[in-house]
Every structure is written in structure tokens, then in C-alpha cells.
Write a protein that binds this ligand. Sequence first.
Ligand code: TYD
Length: 401
Amino acid sequence: MKCRICQENITPFMTYGRMPIANGFLLPDQFENEYFFNLTPAFCDKCLTFQIEEQPDPKLMFHDQYAFFSRTSVHMQRHFKAYADWVYDNHLKGDSPFVVELGSNDGIMLENFAKRGIRHLGVEPSANVAEEARRHGVNTIVRFFGPETASEIVEEYGQADALLAANVMCHIPDLNGIAKGASALLKQDGVLIFEDPYLGSMIEKTSYDQIYDEHVFIFSALSVANIFGPHGFELIDLLKQETHGGSMRYVLARKGARSVSAAVTKILADEKAQGLHLSETYDSFRERCEASKARLVRLLQDEKAAGRRVVGYGATSKSTTILNYCGIGPELVEFISDTTPIKQGKFTPGMHIPVKPYSAFAENYPDTALLFAWNHKAEIMEKEKAFTEGGGKWLTHIGED
Ligand code: TYD
């Protein structure tokens, strides 16, 4: 395959096998025509970008039935308020600033700008979530972002002070198009700020469930510098985040336009110390994924042999990789409880485990809960004290026996 960024020839370092659309929760009459592709991650040792080889057509993933609403977690609402406040305090200095967000989902971040009366625009390809954003007073257009959309925006609103994204950039195969769009959209001293699940955290935790169809890239600072560098941007700041089990916020500006923080040098050095630029790192990651799979399947089989009920907690997109890679179906996990109405009553992609409302968990506790929403662990442990204190056991695919 060719690297999606620099066109170098690269080879996947492993396969997770046949995978369905991660957010493709479905009904039994759709089982027969379910779409599958091969999930194979690769690392480019030239531009240092971690990516997946094959990605389904974006229209199969982001459409008017997209099952992902950002507002489902209170912690995430708080996170996005803090993100917006930080952007406001640090990067919106001039008169009547203008902020654009790409992949603005249900408006969870932009509403914080809307509430302050700041000129803003969300660019969101999924019509159903965009509609929800508008209900929250967030100005939104239903569109994929690229150079054309950027010039339309500039024509209508003028250039932007900040282009923001959260958990979106890693979804976009044509990042060169995004970089060109960013360059056209931003003022001379404007900033491109985005955050995404962080490669360093994924490698450290072996949290391979970050790898699924939507995440065509898992970034490091090393790779982000190489992706946007050729388009005239440089990293000016980096901030680690707790979200999504470990994320990074990248701040870029046109080369020389803004001062560069010490965090950039520090984190680039840390990444080299971790070996994120070396192919060997991904070979040992593959071995740890295989060990993690063997461990999880063994633990679930032990639960079953002991006659204990296991229920999944949080029908995350991430869980699709775990369930399909490990071959875990309803014989090992009775159902998965999830608070998102659009997922309830449906079945998980590929392995077809029923998804039930939260009440199915709360009203009849299982013996063991398999925590798929492990990135919300603090929030969930707080909420589920009664289950835990009553002797309920938690399992995740991450960690040791
Ligand atoms: P999310 O963290 O966004 O993960 P992904 O990006 O992998 O989909 O999804 C969390 C899911 O877990 C979402 O469907 C809502 C659900 N959830 C619960 O059911 N209960 C909870 O208490 C929380 C925090 C989330």
C-alpha cells in the first residue's frame, strides 16, 4: 500500500481480521447484507504516520443515521467547555473573532462560543447530529471540509482566527485537502487546533480498540509535524488530554507566525524515547495485542464455565474491534447496555450482541461487567458504586490478570 500522507510504499504490520462498520449498529434484517472490510494497521517509517490500510467509503460511516452523539457523557460536556474556554483565552484576541469547527457533531464545543456571542460556524457531514447542533443555537452547515468549503466560508464570513476539531482529524483520509483548506481559511496568524486519541497512549496501554474504520490515523506529534509541515504549518503547542483514554491537543500556526512553546520540544523528545518513530515498536505492539486477545477470551470463558453472567457496559465504536478481533459474541457477553437511544434495540456490528438500555443493566445486575467505555471509567465507577459494592466485578481488555 502507499502511505496516505507521503505516498511511500508501506506494509501493514498485522491484521485484526474481517471488520464491520464500527458504529454500524443494526437490526436482524440487515445481518445478511452487512458490510465488512479488512482492518490492517500500518506504520510509515518515512513520515511516521500510523494509519489503517483500508477504510470503508465515508458515506457508509457518516450519514443521517450516524449513531454517535457527543453529548452522551457529562465529562465530555465539561471537557469541551474547558477546551472552548482555553481557545477563547489563548487564541482569540482580535475584534469580532471567527471560529470554525470541522466535524462539529451535535455542537457540544461550539455552543460554548455561541453562548458568548462569538461568530462561529460548524461544518458537519452528518445531517442528524448537525440538526441537533442547530437546536442548541449552533450555526452549522452539512458538509465535508476541504479547500472548496473553505473558500465558500471565506467568501461568506471572511477568514477565521481558529479552525478547531476534536476527534475528527483522525477520521479524514485526505489530510492534504484539510491542510489546504486550513491554509485558505485561516488568517495570517490564525491557528489550527485539534485533538485526537494519542498514539503514545495507545502504544503504552495496548488499547488497540482505538483502531477502527473511522480512525484512519492515530497521530503522534512527530507525525502531525510531518503531515502539516509541507503545507507551511508548524506545531506551536502540545497539550496532553485525559479524554478517550489518552489524547493529544495539537496547536499549529503558519511557520514563524507565532512563538513555539517548550512543550513541543519536550513531547517530540518523549516520543522518540518511547520509540514511536521505530517500526520495532509496532511489532511488539502486535505481540501485545495477541496476548490481550488470548487473555480476554480466556477470562470470558472462565466466567462462562463458572456460570457467571457477563454483560457489556457501553456499546462503544471501539468495542467493535475488540469483539470482532477476539470473536466474542452473545454466547460470552449476554448483551451490552448503552444510554444512547439510537443504539438500543439494535445489535452490535459483526458479532450481533444485543444492545439494551441502561435499565437492563441497572435492574438486573450481572455478575461481571465488561467495560467497553473504559475511557469514561472515572464517571462510570462513580455512577456504579452500588454494583461494585454489591460484589459486581469489572473487566476490561486492557491490563493484566
Ligand atoms: P465513546 O466514549 O464515545 O466511545 P467510542 O468513540 O468508542 O464510541 O462512547 C461511549 C459509549 O458508552 C456511548 O455509546 C455512550 C455509552 N455510555 C453509557 O452507556 N453509559 C455511560 O455512563 C457513559 C459515560 C457512556
